[in-house]
Design a protein around this ligand. Structure first.
Ligand code: 4H3
Length: 238
């Protein structure tokens, strides 16, 4: 997978993407990541990327021309152009799975008060938000997308790091997990996990997943109603 990022703050990307699983994916060639400075696509002496909004109002907007020029120089037929902004559809694990199937993502980070609407209407294929809050620019959301997508690329996780059993993989929260010691300061590991009975352990984990989701994130329950892909859960079952 190739990911290009267009940002006014390229140096923000040093660090988070040079560690751990993303670092390894880049080294292995699973992820080919390039960060581009939007200012490199200006032509005036001051490298102007922003301007005042028509109709008045506070702050500055990203001008369309540098973004269009940058995107046009970076795309090919397979590119998915994604704008990161609070007005986008919310990033979920289902959206991450969708993104991970594209061969090339081009992430466009907003800055200042936002971007000229023609970037949305005439350029972006999709617009994503990482949640209902406003950040100073789209660099952190872009890094969140890159991190979440990278760990789904085939071969990015080791055998011990499977994405199949974690929270959201079945659209439920993860069950509680324990490591040694079996008794830590009087807090004991549930007996079933020490039993060696794998069928009982699987059943306990599934119940815990459903119970935890029902208690903490009830809106995630029965999301698959009608598709028959997940058994229905009622509180009385648990
Ligand atoms: C994305 C971008 C939050 C998110 C962002 C998010 C600055 C976009 C400006 C930049 C606009 C504010 N904040 N929730 N900030 O994913 O260009 O609207």
């Amino acid at each position: 997978m190739k990911i290009d990022v267009l940002t006014l703050f390229p140096s923000m990307f040093a660090g988070p993407l040079d560690q751990s699983i993303v670092k390894r994916a880049r080294e292995n060639g699973l992820l080919e990541l390039t960060i581009h400075n939007l200012r490199d696509f200006t032509h005036d002496r001051h490298k102007t990327v922003d301007d005042k909004p028509f109709g008045g109002g506070p702050g500055m907007l990203l001008k369309p021309a540098p973004i269009f020029e940058a995107v046009e120089s970076l795309v090919d037929d397979s590119t998915r152009i994604v704008l990161l902004a609070p007005t986008g559809r919310t990033l979920t694990q289902a959206v991450v799975r969708e993104l991970a199937r594209y061969p090339h993502l081009l992430l466009v980070c907003g800055s200042y008060e936002g971007v000229d609407e023609r970037v949305r209407a005439g350029l972006a294929d999709d617009e994503l938000s990482i949640g209902d809050y406003v950040l100073t620019n789209g660099a952190l959301p872009a890094m969140v997308v890159i991190d979440a997508v990278t760990r789904l690329l085939p071969g990015a996780l080791g055998d011990a790091e499977s994405p199949d059993e974690e929270s959201f993989s079945q659209d439920l929260l993860e069950y509680p997990q324990y490591t040694r010691p079996a008794d830590f300061r009087g807090m004991k590991v549930p007996e079933v996990l020490l039993s060696g009975n794998h069928a009982e352990i699987a059943k306990w984990r599934s119940e815990q997943s459903r119970l935890r989701t029902l208690q903490r994130r009830p809106e995630l329950m029965n999301k698959n109603s009608g598709t028959n892909s997940v058994p229905q859960t009622n509180e009385s079952d648990l």
